[in-house]
Write a protein that binds this ligand. Structure first.
Ligand code: PMP
Ligand code: GLN
Length: 380
């Protein structure tokens, strides 16, 4: 059989998690917290299940959760999306991204992605019969070169996908970036997927530049987030898309026949959490900033050079003082020989940057996990 996705294998996250398990390595690869979710969230989930919220939820998401997301969005970005026509709850941000691509992108069209980029974008584009056009970010700062983006736009371009804070680098788009983006989107009649799953994990007093702040972006955007990141429960897979009514209507057509609806008890639990503790969002940055700072201080005792981390929960380290292996080889070697697993960057690129010696380490971990990793990273 001829594969529809000939270039897709098992994701690097799964490959590295398996290798870590096989070698008993400290796993700072696949991005997920290793500490418990808030007790209150578990209680809320339990309560929802016992209260009988175990059958199909509304296709668009429960009214309570959409109301809560509307309120939370207004508190954060000063814009209240209409819960009935502008918010759709999905099975993780991944489903929202898939639905958004399939809602608007047609066969033969092009979608601009900024490399290095998260792995689920391109397969969704390919399955729509479209083509991902890759534009490289700066290899050290991971800032976009908007002239290169403009040059990549053709008459076939339908959409651009951005991600801030950025996985794998943690880089964040600035207000100037958003103005450039708005100009490009408007002049060329493009749609935008703004992947904002790390929206609340931002450091040093920076402002997360949500597309929702900008009316000229908002009217053409699917703004996507994930409760997995915000409530430390990546395995629950609940996310959502905020988009204007016409775009939401198209997204819902795909969502309706893709999953139809999302795990009902978790929707009830998140609705309760958002209402009970609206300040949770504001504390998340400080919570992770402490981890970031401690981890970076500890890295100073190793040969790994940490790059700046404005947001997200990944630390990029340059390992050129340790080894000249390419990054895929190096991540395997570090797992097997020194018992620490990270994620190489080259799988995030169409054309990996030559000579780049970077590894992504996830610091969404408890102190003992990070301490154990640092002890091992001192060896090479
Ligand atoms: N986008 C980015 C940038 C991510 O890092 C992730 C998950 N790590 C996702 C989307 C997918 O989120 P979810 O697990 O909610 O599907
Ligand atoms: N998003 C997670 C990461 O970047 C991985 C999710 C997955 O394994 N699919 O590490």
């Amino acid at each position: 059989m001829q594969s529809k996705l000939p270039n897709v294998g098992t994701t690097i996250f799964t490959v590295m998690s398996q290798l870590a398990a096989q070698h008993g390595a400290v796993n700072l690869g696949q991005g997920f917290p290793d500490f418990p979710v808030p007790e209150r969230l578990i209680e809320a989930l339990d309560k929802a299940m016992r209260a009988g919220q175990n059958q199909y939820a509304m296709m668009t998401g429960t009214p309570a959760l959409r109301q809560a997301i509307a309120g939370k969005t207004e508190r954060c970005y000063g814009y209240r999306p209409d819960p009935d026509s502008e918010i759709t709850v999905t099975s993780g941000a991944s489903e929202a991204i898939f639905d958004a691509v399939h809602a608007v992108v047609r066969a033969g069209e092009e979608v601009i992605v900024l490399d290095p980029c998260y792995d689920c974008y391109e397969p969704a584009i390919d399955l729509a019969g479209a083509r991902a056009v890759h534009v490289a970010l700066d290899p050290e700062t991971f800032a976009p070169d908007w002239q290169k983006v403009r040059d990549a736009v053709t008459s076939k371009t339908r959409m651009i996908i951005t991600n801030t804070p950025h996985n794998p680098s943690g880089a964040m788009l600035t207000a100037d970036d958003m103005r450039e983006l708005a100009d490009i989107v408007q002049k060329n009649g493009l749609y935008l997927i703004s992947d904002e799953v790390y929206e609340h994990i931002v450091f040093d007093g920076r402002r997360h530049e949500s597309a929702l702040y900008y009316p000229e972006l908002r009217e053409r955007a699917f703004v996507i987030s994930s409760f997995g990141k915000t409530y430390h429960c990546t395995g629950w897979k609940v996310g959502y898309a905020v988009a204007p009514p016409a775009l939401s209507a198209e997204l819902r057509k795909v969502h309706q026949y893709n999953t139809f609806c999302t795990f009902h008890p978790a929707q009830a639990a998140f609705a309760e959490m958002i209402e009970a503790d609206p300040a949770h969002y504001e504390t998340l940055g400080a919570f992770y900033q402490e981890k970031r700072d401690r981890f970076r201080e500890q890295l100073a005792g190793t040969k790994f050079r940490p790059l700046a981390v404005p947001g997200g929960y990944f630390q990029l380290v340059d390992y050129s003082a340790v080894s000249d292996l390419d990054d895929v080889e190096f991540s395997r070697w570090l797992t097997k020989e020194h018992g620490v697993t990270g994620i190489p960057l080259s799988p995030f690129y169409e054309t990996p940057q030559t000579g780049q010696r970077l590894l992504r380490l996830c610091f969404a971990k408890s102190e003992p996990t990070l301490d154990a990793a640092i002890e091992r990273l001192k060896a090479p």
